[in-house]
Design a protein. Structure first.
Length: 508
């Protein structure tokens, strides 16, 4: 599989396909939709479950050093005080007073427009794949309108967070194109608040968790005390997280309700965290490739030291070439003993562990690989989306849309077709095989329409294998036709060979 070329239409194509075929819908669509929330339809929920199951199998079940957890979404509010979220989990926000639109100041870019060194105005652009081009076009247009002679200087875009106070008034709002309406950036709290219990006073304020990680730290002591673990060990959790994102966008990439797959991997304070961090980065890349992402679409963004939180030794984000550009998919952070020490201090409970090998007691340090389920799903969809041309039943070459999902995570693993629906002998064998395979995998039975059309419908939802029951099956040797989604190649196999092949491809 090759890395998808970033393009605006790819995202539109994916969104269209997801709705048309029942992968993902805008939440509350019958009421006009609800920004930042998405529902997963029949195929989406299968794909999502397969991604989560693959992660859980590979990181929890197949490893002896990682234990699983499922903590609550709403936890004691003191947890969020101790973790620092109540005071500082926020994004810089800027308002446009005229349009009433809001932007994340670190996703809004501006640049002075200068001709031969003389500033003639400012341009602004909301973060996008071609932001430099958009800004340059706007600058050229400004120069033309103002009938300025001379050379346009290079446009150097900066985040709005870096704007000087005297520039706020001069930078145009991306909504209106006019200056004077943007406010200075201010911190916007991202945690959703709710009230717990019958009294709606301040003491009843609680939060929907903005990450699953704190549920792990809050249960660390329980898991250590249960006596199953020794350093180094990890605790893994999959679950919903909520952030009141200022500008949810790019489909499911940035939403207000999403799901995370997080691990806290506890290590000795004297361990070589650098090497362990590198090992985690490599393990995470290998896993992404194992579920079908192209290696060349994944890159590493190493956070510079001056951008790290004071307690963090290192953070590397795995970036993926999404349709809207290269963006964070998986954050892998070395967080020292900060979180456990914060909870030790705020709860008064000891977070130390006795290291049997080193014969010493300490609060462990932690490496945190944190991955979004929805972003993984979008990455998988973008990598899988393909258009090619194949001959139809009559031999005429036609455009085809297909999703090249790895069989491991494909929502439907195989489709079973009787060649003709009005031949009971064919239908009977096909239905029997469907029932048999259904006990192990999510498979689909389809008897209606020309066989080529039926293949095409499955290609579009990424079903890797088509199995056709034809006259040779019932009259000759019992073999079935097995068709490959990507190559369209067909071969005859016995039922035993079929099951062995599927087993190898899906579970192997
Ligand atoms: P960003 O900088 O994109 O806002 P972040 O650095 O705040 O992300 P983390 O707090 O490190 O993200 O969260 C870990 C992972 O959770 C991210 O790598 C991403 O996969 C996922 N994630 C975070 N926020 C969202 C969101 N609003 N929608 C979907 N997934 C998200």
């Amino acid at each position: 599989m090759t890395a998808p070329a970033p393009s605006d239409t790819l995202m539109e194509d994916i969104v269209g396909l997801c709705k048309r075929r029942g992968f993902i819908f805008q939440s509350s669509e019958i009421y006009g939709g609800y920004n930042g929330f998405y529902d997963y339809g029949p195929l989406g929920v299968e794909l999502r479950n397969n991604i989560k199951q693959a992660w859980w199998r590979d990181f929890v079940q197949c490893r002896d050093d990682i234990e699983g957890l499922d903590s609550t979404i709403i936890m004691h509010p003191k947890i969020w005080k101790a973790s620092g979220h109540v005071d500082s989990f926020s994004d810089p926000m800027v308002d446009c007073k005229e349009s009433k639109l809001r932007y994340r100041a670190d996703q809004l870019f501006f640049a002075p427009v200068s001709v031969d060194g003389e500033t003639i105005g400012y341009v602004s652009v909301v973060e996008c794949i071609d932001q430099q081009e958009v800004a340059e076009k706007a600058a050229t247009e400004m120069k033309r309108k103002m009938a300025k002679q001379g050379e346009l200087d290079t446009i150097e875009l900066k985040e709005y967070t870096e704007a000087k106070p005297e520039q706020y008034e001069l930078i145009p709002s991306p909504a209106t194109g006019k200056s004077g309406s943007l406010t200075e950036p201010r911190e916007f709290k991202l945690m959703f608040e709710t009230k717990v219990g019958p009294l709606a006073n301040d003491a009843a304020t609680a939060y929907l968790r903005p990450e699953t990680a704190q549920g792990i730290f809050a249960n660390y002591k329980n898991i250590v005390d249960t006596g199953r673990v020794k350093i180094p060990f990890g605790i893994a959790q999959i679950g919903k997280a909520f952030r009141n994102e200022i500008t949810p966008r790019n489909f499911i990439f940035r939403s207000r309700e999403f799901e995370q797959m997080e691990i806290e991997y506890f290590i000795s304070p004297s361990a070589d965290w650098n090497t362990l961090h590198r090992e985690w980065i490599d393990t995470c890349i290998d896993w992404l490739v194992s579920i079908g992402l192209p290696r060349e679409g994944i890159s590493e963004d190493i956070h510079p030291e001056d951008k790290l939180a004071f307690y963090s030794q290192a953070t590397t984000d795995l970036m993926f070439q999404f349709p809207h550009g290269e963006q964070e998919l998986w954050g892998i952070a070395c967080r020292s003993d900060y979180d456990l020490k914060q909870h030790q201090e705020h709860s008064g409970k000891s977070m130390t562990i006795f290291d049997e090998t080193a014969k010493e007691k300490y609060v462990p340090h932690v490496i945190e690989p944190s991955l979004g389920v929805d972003r993984t799903l979008l990455a998988v969809l973008s990598a899988a989306y393909t258009e090619d041309e194949v001959p139809n039943d009559k031999g005429k070459v036609e455009k085809r849309i297909l999703l090249k999902f790895s069989p491991k995570i494909a929502p439907v693993k195989a489709a079973i077709f009787p060649l003709l629906k009005n031949k009971p002998e064919l239908v009977e064998v096909a239905k029997r095989l469907h029932k048999k395979l259904q006990r192990r995998w999510n498979v689909f039975y389809d008897a209606s329409g020309a066989i080529g059309r039926r293949y095409r419908r499955q290609d579009e939802i990424g079903t890797p294998f088509g199995i056709t029951i034809d006259f040779d099956t019932i009259e000759k040797d019992g073999t079935v036709t097995l068709r490959d989604r990507d190559t369209c190649e067909q071969r005859r196999v016995t039922e035993d060979e079929l099951i062995e092949f599927l087993e190898e491809q899906i579970n192997g």
